[in-house]
Structures are given as structure tokens and as C-alpha cells.
Design a protein around this ligand. Structure first.
Ligand code: FBP
Length: 559
């Protein structure tokens, strides 16, 4: 038998909390319908593409004193995309709700992400198997993958597999791209009268799958607390040795929510926010000027050290880089399958790409160091995104800042020392033990997903709201997936996708950073948040992120 750590043993015993509406099980629920919905943008195109699932109302659940019986149901579940702490608890909540509704119900887990349903690779969950994964991090219970479910053949194979297992509902646990898959599959199943429902669950450490109904995606809470612990450790180290500038790139493929939350928890000297860079049209050289100025001013005060937090997705938000990457993505969509390109040397690839890019973009590309040029050519993910986790923006900034500071030194404008260390905090946070908040939230999302299934709904995202209140007061319900969609360019073509929620520059969370930035830059206001607290007072162990607390307090104030 596998040896377990003391913390694993303790966490397996943790009983996640549920909203009071779900506490009597899914057979004692009433469905309350809200008003009809429409997509966030491009309404006509989205309605045409999702003719059968568009416009449905939002729903919430109320507990009733009566109890109904429910027919036997087999359900399949898929973990999709990047890992996020709490995925195992979504499955545990789904399993418990399903068995509680009817002990003859079965839950199947498709292996390795969406490809599991296409290829018919699955396991059937048992009590013993589920129990060994409760409250643990990772997606290893069934594995994950990034296959994009979009072709007729994939849908047909999925249908065959569901028919074979007598599955009448599929739950897809994923981020914006994976829930776009869920919406496409839901529509196809209805269009073809299969009677199979599809429900999504909002996952991603990136925190960019959120809106009025989805206050936070699961995993964001744990991942940001984990990164904050690591940044705090680095701050303490920098403040002890006083000799390095630490450049920390933080995961979050597009939006800067993770960097912003980690910064609010740790108060580093510099925090870049991609959305601000884009809004202010800051060029790469103006970012370098901004950072070099802080480094030089700290040096004047005798401080040749500091911490800079850099969002993973920054590079795509710098206007000249964003335009070049978007042009490059289109070019790469055809070059990726061109064997003469694939087999070319790096230098040959650079010149092929430069000859195909529009002239301004070619200039930007050719000005980059070879390492970054190479990284920009790495394979796109199956959704057509450049893999920013592979682009060492932190090293690019260090190289350019070093050059700038040398220039400043020669001009008598910098007399300090600049010695740097680079870090990338990404994978370290994605499989951490879920915090109490994520353990409770995920369990509730999974439990609630089965409630949506039990009411015959399809094309919905499981939604649990009012999350800064105690779990018993959380509001469970569902949001139509089409409500969050718009048209965007992917692999060179316009496609329906769930819109990412970016950091709002007019919101209370960014304002908190803005109001403190200069103070944090010059004075060392480092906060050491420490490890995620599982044990101890509820005021430490159960609270959620600064982001959500600020957002909720603003919403509540405006009611
Ligand atoms: P999801 O959007 O699927 O949740 O994944 C997000 C993420 O963790 C990003 O933060 C990161 O850029 C990316 O996944 C890395 O992907 P991979 O695991 O394929 O390297």
C-alpha cells in the first residue's frame, strides 16, 4: 500500500462544507429559474451556432422539505486542461451527490482529458477509490489533457462511448477553452436528439473564468496562496542578503489575476499588470524604463535588492509584441505542418518567419534575443494559444534592464549594483493540497453539478456564489455556457469561445495595488503570508482571496 504523509492522512478525513440548500441531497431541491440570457457579445453568431442551447435562463436551487426519488443515471466526468487544486473534490462531490440520489447510479471517469471520452478510456469510480483522493491536489485521479472537442467524428465517437456505458450526462471540469468544448458538445448532443446532457465546472488557477454568476474559478485560491508563500520566502531572503533583485514570473496565461492577488498578499517592490501595460500602450522599452527607474531610485537609498512580480502572459499584452505574436500565430498555423520548416535549423526558421511577418512585426521579432525568438516558435496548444509558460519573459526583462542600467551608469545616472535571480512560479502551485476554501468550493461545485443533471439541464456551468459568506450561505445554481461566449480568432479562424475575464483597471482590486505601488516600491512592506493554514482559527484557515473579498465588498456596497 502507498505510504501517506501525515498531512495526507489528516486531509483525507476533512469533511468539506456544502451550501445549506444542498445539504439534504439533490432529491430535496426546488429549481428557481431566472430570466432568459444572451451571450456577452456577438449575439447573432452565437445564437446561430448554438440554436438549441442559446438563451436559457440562469437557475438557482432552494431546498425543500419534500423528497422525490430519482431514476438511475450513469454519469461520465472529464478533467480538462491545466491542473488546479480541488479537481479531486469536484469529482468526490459529484460522486457523493449521485450515490446519495440513488445508490444504483454510476460515475465513470474518462482518462487523460477529453481524449478519454473519444477513445473510450475510462474507469468506474468506487467508494474506496474516491476516498483515497478526497481533499488532495492534482488531477491524477483520472489524469487531464488538452484535446479540443470540436469535430463531428469526435462527437460521434463520444456518443458511441456514452451509449456503450449507458451514460446520460457528462461533466467537463475545465477552464474557458474546456468549457467551450462543453458548450459545443452540449449543443451537438441536443441537435442530434441523443438525450445526453453536458454540465461544466469552472476550473483554472488563472482566475479568468469569472463573471457575475461565477465569482471565482476553483484552484485560484490555493495557487495564489502557494505563490504568495513562495514570494514571501524570497522577500525574506532578499531582505536578508540585500544583494539580489529577484524577478518572479507567475503563472496565468493571459489575465494577470494571479500576479495581482499574489502581489496583494506579499507587497513586492514592483508588480507589472499586463492589462495596464496594454491599456497604457506601454512598449517594451517603456516597461524597461519604468523598472530601471525604480531599481535606480532604490539604489540611491542604498538598496540594491528587491522583488519584481511579472505576469506570465505579459508578452502578449505589450502592444508591439501582441501584434507580432498574433501575426506569428496565423503564420505558425500553416508552418507547423510544413516539414521543410519543422526540419529547418533555428537560424533558418527565424529568417523564414521574418520573411512572412508583416514588416513592423518582423522588425520586432528580429530585435529579440535568439532564446526568446526560439521560444516564440514552440508548438501552440491545441486551442491555438502560444505557450507563454515556455517564454522566459523574466530573463528578457533582466537582460534588457541590465543593458539599460549600464547605459545609465555611463551617463552618471546609476551608481548602484544590479545582480539578479530569475524564477518562474507556475507548476509549483497547480497541484498543491486544496485550501479549505477550494476543498469546500470544489466539493460544492461537483455536488451541484449533479443537481443540475437531476433537473435535466444541459449546456450549463455549475455555479456556487456568495463565496465570502460562510459556506452554508453559498448560493448554488447554474449559468448557461452560451451566456459567456463571444467570437475570437483561433488558429487563424473566428470561433465561438468563452470570453476571458481580464483584470479590471477600474475595479477595487487593481486600485488597491495602484494606491500602494510607490510606497511598496521604495519602502519594504513585504508580507509573509506563510503556508496555507489548514489548522487553526477559521479566520485564518477558511478565508478566501483578497481579490474576492474586495470585489464582493464593492458589490455588496452597491446593493
Ligand atoms: P487552464 O487554462 O487549462 O486552467 O490552464 C492554465 C495554465 O495553468 C496557465 O496558467 C499556463 O500558462 C498553462 O496552463 C500551462 O499549460 P501546460 O500545463 O499545458 O504547460
Amino acid at each position: 500500500m502507498t505510504k501517506l504523509s501525515p498531512l495526507q492522512i489528516e486531509r483525507l478525513k476533512y469533511q468539506p462544507k456544502l451550501p445549506s440548500s444542498l445539504q439534504n441531497g439533490v432529491n430535496s431541491l426546488e429549481l428557481v429559474e431566472g430570466s432568459a440570457t444572451q451571450s456577452v457579445r456577438d449575439q447573432e453568431q452565437i445564437q446561430e451556432l448554438f440554436a438549441n442551447t442559446y438563451g436559457k435562463p440562469t437557475v438557482t436551487f432552494k431546498s425543500t422539505s419534500t423528497s422525490s426519488t430519482s431514476d438511475v443515471k450513469n454519469v461520465g466526468v472529464i478533467l480538462s486542461g491545466g491542473q488546479a487544486p480541488g479537481g479531486h473534490n469536484v469529482i468526490a462531490g459529484l460522486y457523493d451527490a449521485l450515490k446519495n440520489a440513488n445508490s444504483a447510479n454510476k460515475l465513470y471517469g474518462f482518462l487523460g482529458g477529453p481524449s478519454g471520452i473519444i477513445e473510450g478510456k475510462y474507469i468506474e469510480f468506487t467508494d474506496e477509490y474516491i476516498d483515497s483522493y478526497r481533499n488532495t491536489g492534482g488531477f491524477d485521479i483520472i489524469g487531464s489533457g488538452r484535446t479540443k472537442l470540436e469535430t463531428e467524428e469526435q462527437f460521434k465517437s463520444s456518443l458511441e462511448v456514452c451509449r456503450k456505458l449507458n451514460i446520460s450526462a457528462v461533466v467537463i471540469i475545465g477552464g474557458d477553452d474546456s468549457n467551450t468544448n462543453a458548450a459545443l458538445l452540449a449543443e451537438w448532443f441536443v441537435k442530434n436528439n441523443t438525450g445526453i446532457q453536458v454540465i461544466g465546472c469552472p476550473k483554472t488557477i488563472d482566475g479568468d473564468l469569472k463573471n457575475e454568476q461565477i465569482e471565482i474559478s476553483f484552484g485560484f485560491d490555493t495557487a495564489t496562496k502557494t505563490y504568495a508563500e513562495l514570494i514571501g520566502n524570497i522577500e525574506r531572503d532578499a531582505n536578508s542578503a540585500k544583494k539580489y533583485w529577484h524577478f518572479v514570473k507567475i503563472m496565468g496565461r493571459s489575465a494577470s489575476h494571479v500576479a495581482l492577488e499574489a502581489a496583494l498578499q506579499t507587497q513586492p517592490n514592483i508588480t507589472l499588470i499586463s492589462e495596464e501595460v496594454e491599456a497604457k500602450k506601454m512598449s517594451l522599452s517603456s516597461i524597461i524604463d519604468y523598472m530601471s527607474d525604480i531599481i535606480a531610485r532604490r539604489a540611491e537609498n542604498g538598496k540594491n535588492f528587491g522583488i519584481a512580480v511579472i505576469p506570465e502572459g505579459l508578452i502578449e499584452f505589450i502592444p508591439e509584441m501582441g501584434s507580432m505574436i498574433s501575426n506569428l500565430n496565423d503564420i505558425m498555423a500553416s508552418l507547423e505542418s510544413d516539414s521543410s520548416f519543422v526540419n529547418a535549423t533555428s537560424a533558418e526558421k527565424f529568417s523564414i518567419v521574418e520573411s512572412k511577418l508583416e514588416s513592423e512585426n518582423a522588425k520586432v521579432y528580429s530585435s529579440l534575443p535568439a532564446l526568446i525568438k526560439e521560444q516564440l516558435l514552440a508548438d501552440r496548444d491545441p486551442h491555438g494559444n502560444v505557450q507563454v509558460s515556455k517564454i522566459e519573459t523574466e530573463k528578457l526583462l533582466i537582460e534588457m534592464i541590465s543593458a539599460k542600467l549600464s547605459e545609465m551608469k555611463n551617463a552618471g545616472k546609476f551608481s548602484g549594483k544590479f545582480s539578479s535571480q530569475s524564477h518562474f512560479f507556475g507548476y509549483e502551485g497547480r497541484c498543491a493540497f486544496p485550501s479549505n476554501f477550494d476543498a469546500d468550493y470544489c466539493y460544492s461545485l461537483g455536488y451541484n453539478a449533479f443537481a443540475l443533471i437531476n433537473f435535466g439541464l444541459t449546456g450549463y456551468l455549475s455555479s456556487v456564489r456568495n463565496l465570502t459568506a460562510p459556506a452554508s450561505d453559498w448560493i448554488a445554481g447554474g449559468v448557461p455556457l452560451t451566456m459567456m461566449m463571444n467570437m475570437e480568432k483561433r488558429h487563424g479562424e473566428m470561433k465561438p469561445v468563452i470570453q476571458k475575464a481580464l483584470v479590471r483597471l477600474d475595479g477595487p482590486v487593481f486600485k488597491q495595488l495602484q494606491d500602494n505601488r510607490e510606497d511598496w516600491a521604495m519602502n519594504d512592506r513585504y508580507l509573509f503570508s506563510g503556508a496555507i493554514q489548514y489548522f487553526g482559527p477559521s479566520s485564518v484557515a477558511d478565508i478566501t482571496t483578497v481579490t474576492l473579498q474586495l470585489e464582493r465588498s464593492k458589490q455588496l456596497a452597491s446593493v
